[in-house]
Structures are given as structure tokens and as C-alpha cells.
Design a protein around this ligand. Structure first.
Ligand SMILES: NC(=O)c1ccc[n+]([C@@H]2O[C@H](COP(=O)([O-])OP(=O)(O)OC[C@H]3O[C@@H](n4cnc5c(N)ncnc54)[C@H](OP(=O)(O)O)[C@@H]3O)[C@@H](O)[C@H]2O)c1
Length: 325
């Protein structure tokens, strides 16, 4: 009975991937979902998966032995990038070592737009990772490890999520004086719904793509941040201003208010969002530099469902939209 292991099932992408993998699994395919902390799963989540036939266990990317235990006998393993910026290639190396030690055939990974800058040609593979924008750096290194592992692989390169603006950036607008301070330079980006990334990840796990293929996941249209801002505020009635800023001015503004340069050791207790300065800047840079301009049909091809547009996706976030005091 072929065994498919989805790690990181407790996260946003992981949870959707788990549900979707169960939806499309064929009789005789065995599913095992792992999380780094069973105690953090919402009540009933693990029992719901078990009721549909999946096993649920604990495994941690920082602990190779825990990974080997759950990978034993698996054909395919899917793993997700964490928030441990700078540590993620090391975590990936642990996953790959455990996969090879246990005879896994294929691995799946959630990479990020821009990873091609260090992987898509012989020349790119020679490129110094530090010359690539901050956010894709870990993914470039992780993809290099995967491609060099000798295992079969499937990689999805997620664009920035539509969800970031609705659930994340919008939570900082009041703190910024009823403004979105923004460095995407008025360029368009085809932001993708996180839910679609999760569904694709489930599809890749269950073999819906040819081995050794990479898929760029986008939304159905390229939009500007100002259009997103105007839409959110048209729903909530919030009166606020969209302010274009340079990278340097944006960094200086947030640094003055204590936003840390390092996500792992930084103190975010007085801040509206847990995003370090390089991460925040790079979100705008990826759009401003045109890395998010292309629209692909990968979501529909791999899941049979059209990619969600941001307005549709934002229905579930309306309660979070800021409002004037
Ligand atoms: N494209 C974008 O716009 C964007 C935006 C934000 C983040 N990201 C990246 O995309 C990833 C997935 O997004 P998300 O929204 O699903 O994030 P999330 O909900 O915060 O989930 C974090 C993921 O990391 C896993 N994880 C963390 N530490 C782990 C460990 N030590 N061992 C095993 N698993 C560990 C979690 O698994 P468990 O909870 O099961 O332990 C979970 O799957 C993020 O982690 C981040 O790298 C992308």
C-alpha cells in the first residue's frame, strides 16, 4: 500500500493540503500527516483526519530521527518552508537526509517565486545566493539541495499570498496613522490565494504532476497593491491613505518604531505585525522588480479549479479589515 507523508499539516498551507489530499486519495493509498506539535492542532482536527483514514503523528524538521520514524516505508514526502529564515536550508537538508535513509522516492516542497534566479539555468546555479532578493535566498538553496539529492521531486513556487494584505498588512494600517506605507512601486503582482497553494501541495503529494517538475503558482490576474487597498476599504468603509515609499524610507520608518531586522530574535511585542525588516521590504521588492507579473494556469491544471481571485478569497477576512475609530 503506497504511503504518502505530509509534514507541516498544522500550518495554513499544510492544513489545506491535508484536506485536499484526503479528498483526492485513491483506495489503497495510505496517508500520514505530521505536525511539529500535536498539542497545537485545533480541537478535533487530528480526529477528523483519522476518521477519514489518515494517520497523524509528530515530527520535527530539526530532528532527523523524528523524521526517519514517520518516513519509514513512504514513497512520497512533502515538506513546507518554515518561518525560520536562514535556517530553512538546514531543515530541508534534514528532511532530505531522512528521506534518503528511509528509501523515499519523491519529495515535494513549497518554494517561492524568485527561486529560479538561482536554479533555472547552469549560470543561475553558479550565482551567489546573496545577490538574489532576500526572501527567495533560502528557497534557492533548498531547491539546489533537492535537485542534487538524487531523489525525484516536485516543487511549487508560490507567489506572495493574496492573504498577506488582508490578514497581515492591513493590521498595521492604523498603527501607520491610517496609511498603507508601501514599496511595491505601483507595479502589478498576480498574488495567489494561500488556499490554492495548499490544494496544489496536496495534489503534488498525491502524484498529480510529472516527477521532477516545478510549478509557478499565481492568482488569476495581476493587480496593484493600491487596487487591493481600495477594495478592502470599499468593503469596510475605512478611510485611509495609500502612500508610495522607497525601500530606504520604508525601512527607516519601521526601524524608528522598533521593527527588528531579525525575525527569530526580534521583539515584536509592541508591533502590529511579526515581519522583520528584510521580509517586509522584500514583499514590495518582489512586485516592484517584476517578479510577480506573470499569470500562470498551474493552479487550475493541478487542481481542476480556477485560481481564486482576491475579492473571492477576502470574504473570509472581512472581520479583520480595519475600521476608523
Ligand atoms: N508566499 C507568501 O506570501 C508567504 C507568506 C508567508 C509565509 N510564507 C512561507 O510559506 C510557508 C507556509 O505558509 P503558511 O501560511 O502555511 O505558514 P504557517 O501557517 O505559519 O505554517 C508554518 C509551517 O511550518 C511548519 N513548521 C514550522 N516549524 C516546524 C518544524 N520545526 N518542524 C516541522 N514543521 C515545522 C508548520 O507545521 P506544523 O504547524 O504542523 O508544525 C507549518 O506547516 C511559511 O512557513 C513561510 O515559509 C509564504
Amino acid at each position: 500500500m503506497p504511503k504518502f507523508v505530509l509534514t507541516g499539516a498544522g500550518g495554513g498551507i499544510g492544513g489545506v493540503a491535508a484536506d485536499y489530499a484526503l479528498e483526492i486519495a485513491q483506495p489503497g493509498q495510505k496517508l500520514l500527516f505530521t505536525t511539529s506539535n500535536l498539542g497545537k492542532l485545533p480541537a478535533g482536527r487530528a480526529d477528523g483526519w483519522k476518521a477519514k483514514g489518515a494517520e497523524v503523528a509528530e515530527a520535527n524538521y530539526d530532528d532527523v530521527e523524528s523524521l526517519k520514524k514517520v518516513f519509514e516505508g513512504a514513497e512520497v514526502v512533502a515538506f513546507i518552508s518554515t518561518w525560520a529564515l536562514g535556517e530553512r536550508p538546514r531543515q530541508a537538508a534534514n528532511v532530505l537526509a531522512a528521506a534518503k535513509a528511509t528509501g523515499v522516492k519523491r519529495v515535494c516542497y513549497t518554494s517561492f517565486i524568485g527561486a529560479g534566479l538561482g536554479n533555472d539555468s547552469a549560470e543561475a546555479r553558479q550565482r551567489d545566493v546573496k545577490t538574489i532578493p532576500f526572501l527567495p535566498q533560502d528557497h534557492v538553496q533548498t531547491e539546489r539541495l533537492i535537485r542534487g539529492s538524487g531523489l525525484q521531486w516536485n516543487i511549487q513556487r508560490d507567489y506572495l499570498y493574496q492573504d498577506n494584505a488582508a490578514a497581515f498588512f492591513s493590521q498595521s494600517w492604523k498603527f501607520c496613522g491610517d496609511r498603507w506605507l508601501n514599496n511595491s512601486g505601483g507595479r502589478r503582482g498576480a498574488y495567489v490565494a494561500r488556499e490554492d497553494c495548499g490544494r496544489v501541495f496536496g495534489a503534488l503529494l498525491m502524484g498529480k504532476a510529472e516527477p521532477d517538475t516545478c510549478h509557478t503558482l499565481t492568482g488569476p490576474e495581476a493587480v496593484t497593491d493600491r487596487e487591493i487597498f481600495d477594495y478592502i476599504n470599499s468593503v469596510s468603509g475605512y478611510k485611509a491613505e495609500f502612500v508610495d515609499m522607497t525601500d530606504d524610507a520604508l525601512a527607516a520608518w519601521w526601524r524608528e518604531r522598533g521593527l527588528p531586522d531579525n525575525a527569530i530574535n526580534g521583539d515584536f511585542s509592541q508591533l502590529p505585525m511579526k515581519l522583520c525588516i528584510p521580509d517586509l521590504l522584500c514583499c514590495g521588492e518582489m512586485v516592484a522588480q517584476g517578479h510577480m507579473a506573470e499569470v500562470t494556469d498551474a493552479v487550475e491544471k493541478l487542481t481542476g479549479r480556477k485560481a481564486l481571485g482576491f475579492k473571492e478569497n477576502y470574504k473570509k477576512y472581512e472581520q479583520l479589515f480595519p475600521r476608523n475609530d
